[in-house]
Design a protein around this ligand. Structure first.
Ligand code: GRF
Length: 197
């Protein structure tokens, strides 16, 4: 059984897609052991509590410096003895020491077809604003392993989504979530849980 920890900062719709996929058998051989957020108000924590999953908040603001926060984050993650760490909209930089310790055991969902619209400054709605500004007709989402770069680790899965006339960043974001993110992130976890990656 793959022990999974999920790191979040926001609404948690990707977390919910994972929890639903485990409940309906789309993901097998995996259990979510903990949800960790840097944001006490993240609705993702409420989604975890509703599912009787440990919900932990660790905010950099609670620590005297970033290094102290990093150590606390690693200790918290270690305490759950995880096989896989999933970044589902986690907006805090993962410490390099944690990436090294959990090499090829941390995955991230990014709301574009990497290498387009990724890297520093490309997160949340900004990704979709850039796609619309460039005029691309196809966008999508990517699941990749996390390395020391920003959105630069080995790609695991991608799924394309059409950009439609009249799309706003919000409309496009929702379509990318519904038609790509909420499908490929659970699929990637199931593949890892069953030794298919
Ligand atoms: C998603 O758009 C994901 O692609 C990005 O952060 C957002 C998280 O949304 N990494 P949610 O908290 O899962 O609803």
């Amino acid at each position: 059984m793959l022990r999974v920890g999920i790191l979040v900062s926001g609404g948690g719709t990707n977390l919910q897609a994972i929890l639903d996929a485990i409940d309906n058998g789309t993901i097998t051989n995996a259990s979510v052991e903990v949800v960790i957020s840097n944001n006490a108000g993240a609705y993702a924590l409420e989604r975890a509590r509703k599912h009787n999953i440990a919900a932990e908040c660790l905010s950099p603001k609670e620590f005297s410096d970033r290094e102290e926060f990093n150590q606390a984050l690693i200790a918290k993650v270690d305490s759950y003895h995880l096989d896989l760490i999933v970044l589902a909209g986690f907006l805090v930089k993962i410490p390099e020491s944690m990436i090294a310790k959990y090499r090829n055991k941390i995955i991230n969902i990014h709301p574009s077809l990497i290498p387009s619209f990724c890297g520093v400054g490309f997160y949340g709605l900004k990704v979709h604003e850039a796609a619309l500004a460039r005029g691309v007709k196809i966008t999508g989402a990517t699941v990749h392993f996390v390395d020391e770069g920003m959105d630069s680790g080995p790609i695991i899965l991608q799924k394309a989504v059409e950009v439609l006339p009249g799309d706003t960043p919000e409309i496009l974001q929702r379509r990318v979530m519904e038609q790509a993110e909420w499908i490929i992130l659970p699929k990637a976890i199931d593949m890892i849980a069953n030794g298919n990656i």
